[in-house]
Design a protein around this ligand. Structure first.
Ligand code: NAP
Length: 246
């Protein structure tokens, strides 16, 4: 692990997948990493691998976000990664509770965390916010209305952040992955491992580390360079619905 020279990074949703991989990669790049998520057992494992500090965080709960933010004294990089999909129902059958959960987590959770930590980012020499979006932020697919609506909103928020924070030394990057093999599909299908495995059957999806690699690249550019957006997909995926399988 490198000596800490790049400042402090907060990664939300660091207990698995993209967030966990990003925490380890950022630590290797010299960031002092603070990890937030609900599952403390998994978060502690990532803390061990990254030398980071695990803190409980539920982005859907204002009190939890405030308590988390209070623990952060200095901040240089915020990776808004916590997010989920719930279900894959056509519009006529969409369950409101699932849509509410996706909006609360992916949209309001991201806003809440950003608002709570923005003053700490602004107090430094130059902060950076990375929002983990998705190709679902600009594409749609069958049964995806709730999730794609939430990620379209994330995209709108990222673009608005660039406008609202213009004139302040804060960089904004949105990283929008296609298919990444993580716990994402397991969560979407309520723990149904067979359904989750089918999503990735016959193709080589991205790994959390592939996305972490993009995040690390964006945040290690010179301070005057703002990588606005990165879209990254597996070679086997042309759009959300067009994939090739063996
Ligand atoms: P993952 O393995 O399921 O990780 C999701 C992370 O979000 C977990 O660490 C989870 O931690 C955290 N999280 C969920 N709800 C939370 C809450 N209320 N408060 C705090 N943390 C919460 O899935 P992933 O693929 O790495 O997902 C990371 C991000 O990438 C998400 O924003 C997702 O939408 C996006 N993305 C994924 C894909 C894909 O194909 N996998 C593609 C494009 C974009 P706890 O459960 O411990 O709280």
């Amino acid at each position: 692990m490198a000596n800490t020279t790049r400042g402090t990074a907060v990664i939300t949703g660091a207990s698995s997948g993209i967030g966990a991989a990003t925490a380890v990669r950022l630590a290797n790049e010299g960031f002092d990493v603070v990890l937030g998520a609900r599952r403390m057992d998994k978060l502690r494992e990532v803390a061990e691998a990254s030398g980071g500090r695990p803190l409980p965080l539920d982005v859907t709960d204002g009190g939890s976000v405030a308590a988390f933010a209070q623990e952060i004294t200095e901040l240089d990089l915020l990776v808004n990664n916590a997010g989920l999909a719930s279900g894959l129902q056509p519009v006529g059958e969409l369950e409101e509770d699932r849509v509410r959960l996706m909006m609360e987590t992916n949209v309001l959770g991201l806003l809440r965390t950003t608002q709570a930590l923005l003053p700490k980012l602004e107090a430094g020499d130059g902060g950076h916010i990375v929002n983990v979006g998705s190709i679902a932020g600009f594409e749609t697919y069958p049964g995806g209305a709730g999730y794609t609506a939430s990620k379209h909103a994330v995209r709108a928020i990222s673009q608005t952040m660039r406008i609202d924070l213009l004139g302040r030394p804060i960089r904004i990057t949105e990283v929008s992955p296609g298919m990444v093999e993580t716990e994402f599909s397991m969560v979407r299908f309520d723990g149904d491992l067979d359904k989750a495995a089918k999503v990735y059957e016959g193709l080589k999806p991205l790994t959390g580390d592939d996305v972490a690699d993009c995040i690390v690249w964006a945040v290690t550019r010179p301070r005057h360079v703002d990588v606005d957006e990165i879209v990254v997909r597996p070679v086997a995926q042309a759009t959300a619905t067009m994939v090739t399988r063996e």
